[in-house]
Design a protein around this ligand. Structure first.
Ligand code: WT7
Length: 635
């Protein structure tokens, strides 16, 4: 019986039980059989939940790129590793074989070393979805530099704060990026960011859009001429199992983003294992995940997971609406995609368009379709299942987080019967539990609670860069001895999980994880603003949209409120990025607060939703009268 690949429900239950009874043996077997190591581990895991210290595959030595690339060369050298589909459908797609990927990564790794990047240095990557992004990530991993990919939709202020937090010494960017019919001048954003990031010594620039750029002497270098000179082979750095592989920022409940640190061996083992099982990848399949590599989904399931399995993975530069709303379906047909992984927000947007956009395409190549990023509502689930999956492809609703590194709860196609809106069962090795308000574990089925994980898993983030205390407090104190996900969930009568949404101050908008605090910080920078509070409210396409309550400094501020609202959104756009703009802004004279000064977001959420039915007991508030006033203001 294989440990690595599950092929029946019975097999799943067997492996699951084994993984709970003997987690060390379970992960030991998986790590042992499918990877290349310079040296194996002394112990599978050493950990201390209270202190939030986790060491997986203790003392093992490896390089993840040897496993992603070199290991496949003998058998799959000519196999396509990456299919690059450009933004413009007229531009030719590129097929990059494993041999070619090896040479590209080796050259890039040599360039990085020549430019003074060493093991442990941080490199910020701010690039569009082009092959150079994949190559840069892998080249960092090759030489042991820690990559910090920042989504190329973030503003210069967001880039700068992320660079400074982890003291990156290099930025890899491009002149610009294409998105639909727009060109975004990335290099200009980087230049602006670097005015406040003196730690950066070198900027490597990829030419993509031929946008006009200014190259700062001694700092900025065009990448291509360096690559042309570089040697196409490279000796990989020997990494310890627990050496950091990358930092990826995610929002938190304070204004400062959290630099989640993922390490090498555990991340490798679990992303590979979960990819193989959740997508049922077979040797000649073409796999496509539409996420951006700037998010964890792209790290784990465009790059590392697929490449570790010797897969063919599609990198798409564009957007689902360009040149029209059939772009996704056209690409599936063009490259004969077998596994397709996208987000509910994209599904909802596409489902709104004329059905012909999808019905024109038979989509017969598809075998498995997947969803990630937020709860998928019933309607979107059925549309996706019927019109994309042809009611023939299992739909895997995969629950996980930046912090978990890998998919945690998901159906396994052709193994786990799916149920609309349910992420279903935990993968082997994952022990979810539901907790009540008194911090007791809720046993049995047909229950709801806060979702926690009670045993460590290999691909968990190990710390927050530079702030282990915050890591401990955020994830390991609410429910002592357990990892708290921040999500609420229900468990149905057969033990299937349905994720109901965040129970903390994070709002998921179009699949993007946004903290209320950083947005409020941005709004509060407006000179006319005294205070603000952000809540989410249900939105047809985005899942949630943002509703801002804003108190102005001067009562009856004479300026036009529409102008103020625009200025506030511009500030948010500059500080964080356009994804965090508010859908609705309501100017108010106060916010409902508890006596300890905590804003009662629950009430604000209800008002934003237009649900005035039951605010609960508001008599204990500091200012109960404000609730009525805000409600009337909304009406
Ligand atoms: C949060 C994590 C995991 C990669 C993308 C997002 C929500 C994620 C699902 C799902 C319901 C989901 C959760 C989670 N979420 N997948 N299948 N069903 N909710 O990563 O930005 O770290 O966000 O996304 O609320 O905590 P992230």
């Amino acid at each position: 019986m294989s440990y690595y690949k599950i092929d029946s429900l019975e097999h799943y239950f067997k492996m699951y039980k084994k993984s709970v009874r003997e987690p060390r043996k379970f992960w030991d077997k998986i790590a042992d059989e499918h990877f290349t190591w310079y040296q194996k581990w002394e112990k599978v895991i050493e950990f201390d939940m209270q202190e939030a210290k986790f060491n997986w595959f203790v003392d093992a030595k490896l390089n993840i790129t040897k496993n992603c690339i070199d290991r496949h060369l003998a058998r799959r050298g000519d196999k396509t590793a990456i299919i690059f589909e450009p933004n413009n459908p007229e531009e030719l797609a590129q097929h990059i074989s494993y041999n070619e990927l090896y040479a590209k990564v080796a050259k890039m790794a040599n360039v990085l070393r020549e430019q003074g990047v060493k093991k442990g240095d941080r490199v910020c990557i701010y690039l569009p979805m082009i092959p150079e992004l994949a190559v840069s990530v892998l080249a960092c991993a090759r030489i042991g530099a820690i990559h910090s990919v920042v989504f190329a939709g973030f503003s210069s202020a967001a880039v700068s704060s992320r660079i400074n937090d982890s003291e990156c010494k290099m930025v890899i960017t491009s002149d610009g990026s294409y998105r639909g019919n727009k060109v975004i001048d990335l290099k200009i954003i980087v230049d602006e960011a670097l005015e406040k990031s003196p730690c950066v010594e070198k900027v490597l620039v990829v030419k993509r859009t031929n946008s006009k750029v200014t190259m700062k002497a001694d700092r900025d270098i065009w990448l291509q001429p360096l690559l042309d000179e570089a040697v196409p082979n490279n000796v990989a750095e020997i990494m310890d199992a627990e050496d950091p592989l990358f930092i990826l920022y995610t929002s938190g409940s304070t204004g400062k983003p959290k630099g989640m640190v993922h390490t090498t061996a555990g991340y490798m083992v679990q992303t590979a294992y979960s990819f193989k099982n959740v997508f049922n990848y077979e040797e000649n399949d073409v796999y496509w995940c539409t996420a951006d590599i700037g998010w964890i989904t792209g790290h784990s399931y465009i790059l590392y997971g697929p490449l570790l399995n010797g897969a063919t993975t599609v990198i798409f530069e564009g957007v689902p609406s360009y040149p029209d709303f059939s772009r996704f379906w056209e690409i599936i047909e063009k490259h004969q995609v077998n596994q397709f992984y996208t987000a509910p927000t994209a599904i909802r947007a596409l489902a709104k368009e004329n059905i012909d956009f999808v019905q024109r395409f038979p989509l017969k190549s598809l075998k498995v379709i997947g969803s990630v990023g937020e709860p998928i509502n019933e309607e979107a689930w059925h549309w996706y299942n019927a019109h994309v999956g042809g009611k023939r492809c299992p739909l895997v609703d995969t629950w996980w987080q930046t912090e978990t590194g890998s998919i945690m709860i998901s159906p396994i196609p052709f193994v786990t019967p799916t149920k609309p809106t349910y992420a279903s069962l935990p993968l082997p090795g994952i022990q979810p539990v539901l907790m009540d308000e008194l911090r007791n574990e809720i046993e049995g089925n047909q229950v709801t609670g806060s979702l926690c994980i009670k045993f460590p898993w290999p691909s968990m983030a190990r710390t927050i860069w530079g702030d282990h205390q915050r890591y401990k407090e955020t994830y390991f104190t609410a429910f002592p001895g357990k990892y708290f996900t921040g999500d609420g969930a229900l468990r149905d009568e057969v033990g299937y999980y349905r994720i109901t949404g965040r129970v903390d101050d994070v709002i998921i908008v179009s699949g993007h994880n946004l903290g209320t605090a950083p947005i409020e910080d941005a709004i509060n920078e407006h000179p006319a603003v005294a205070e603000s509070a952000i809540v989410g409210f249900p939105h047809d396409i985005k899942g949630n949209a943002l509703y801002g309550y804003v108190i102005l400094k001067e009562v009856g501020e004479s300026r036009n409120q529409e102008n103020l609202a625009n200025e506030i959104n511009q500030l948010i756009s500059d500080q964080i990025g356009p994804i965090a703009k508010l859908d609705t802004i309501q100017f108010v004279n106060g916010l409902p607060k508890t006596r300890s000064g905590k804003i009662m977001r629950r009430i604000l959420r209800k008002i934003a939703e237009g649900d005035f039915s039951n605010f609960g007991d508001i008599s204990t508030l500091l200012n109960p009268e404000i609730v009525e006033e805000i409600k009337n203001g909304k009406l």
